[in-house]
Design a protein around this ligand. Structure first.
Ligand code: ZN
Length: 272
């Protein structure tokens, strides 16, 4: 699932086109659909949480978000992309050297002035993957509503940016926290430190992408995610799964936890 580490890795991959001139291309989605991108040079790619910022040399920034379904692909010179890619593309960047970058099924596509990027990412909390990540500010925001559950607080990108459903579930296990524990009863600085350590590892270490257990074996890459009804990898208790609609109008999102390793009323189990 696309989370902060996914977008961080995507930006690293897309940096292969930094410096290239867009010979033809346009936006095919969002409020600026139809707008040509030709004549701009790609300066750089940046990220904030799950948001991707593609900056051009004319002082504009392409802001995109993949949510659950989006993806990016690059086709080599002379290669035709699959018909589905063309049909579902929301961004096309045809480069002078013949490569084409396709942003597919992107639900969020905006072109903003680079000086106004704060209008699209300014509401976000500190980014766990930025070098200057402000852990104290993230903790302060997470504790602003101490009655919110650990799960709700961590998923809210205005508190801390970069965690999606996979990481929130896995962090709950690693920290021994039931997903419904109020955030105000938790060691939040410790939780933030774990989140940063795990996300940085996933984003930057080869073969570690979204592997939380350290095991690359099929079915053992995650402590709890995707393991409902199966034995906890630590204690053998059956992992619990729960579906709930957490945002009105969105698809149900699944929560997983081990009832023994993540008891509801424990007072902050130490990190294992
Ligand atoms: Zn367990």
């Amino acid at each position: 699932m696309p989370e902060g580490d996914s977008v961080f890795r995507l930006a690293a991959r897309l940096r292969a086109v930094d410096g290239a001139l867009v010979a033809r291309g346009e936006l095919r989605g969002g409020g600026a659909a139809g707008r040509s991108l030709a004549g701009r040079r790609v300066l750089e790619h940046a990220t904030h949480g799950k948001h991707l910022l593609t900056r051009f040399d004319d002082g504009t920034t392409l802001h995109t978000h993949m949510r659950m379904q989006g993806s990016w692909t690059t086709t080599r010179p002379g290669r035709r992309p699959p018909v589905e890619v063309v049909r579902r593309a929301r961004v096309r960047l045809g480069l002078e050297d013949g490569r084409t970058v396709w942003g597919v099924d992107l639900p969020v596509v905006d072109l903003v002035d680079t000086a106004d990027e704060h209008s699209v990412v300014g509401h976000l909390g500190p980014d766990l993957l930025h070098d200057d990540f402000d852990a104290a500010e993230a903790a302060r925001r997470l504790l602003a509503d101490p009655d919110a559950t650990v799960r709700t607080a961590l998923l809210d990108q205005r508190n801390v940016a970069g965690l999606g459903n996979l990481w929130v579930n896995e962090l709950g296990f690693v920290r021994g926290l039931h997903p419904d524990r109020p955030i105000g009863t938790v060691d939040v600085p410790g939780l933030v430190a774990s989140a940063r350590r795990m996300l940085v590892r996933s984003a930057t270490v080869p073969d570690a992408y979204q592997v939380t257990t350290g095991s690359l074996r099929r079915g053992e890459r995650h402590w709890v995610v995707g393991r409902a009804g199966r034995p906890c990898l630590r204690c053998g208790t059956s992992v619990v799964g729960r579906d709930a609609v957490e945002v009105v109008g969105s698809a149900p999102r699944r929560t997983w936890w081990c009832p023994r390793c993540q008891p509801r009323d424990a007072l902050g189990a130490p990190e294992h």
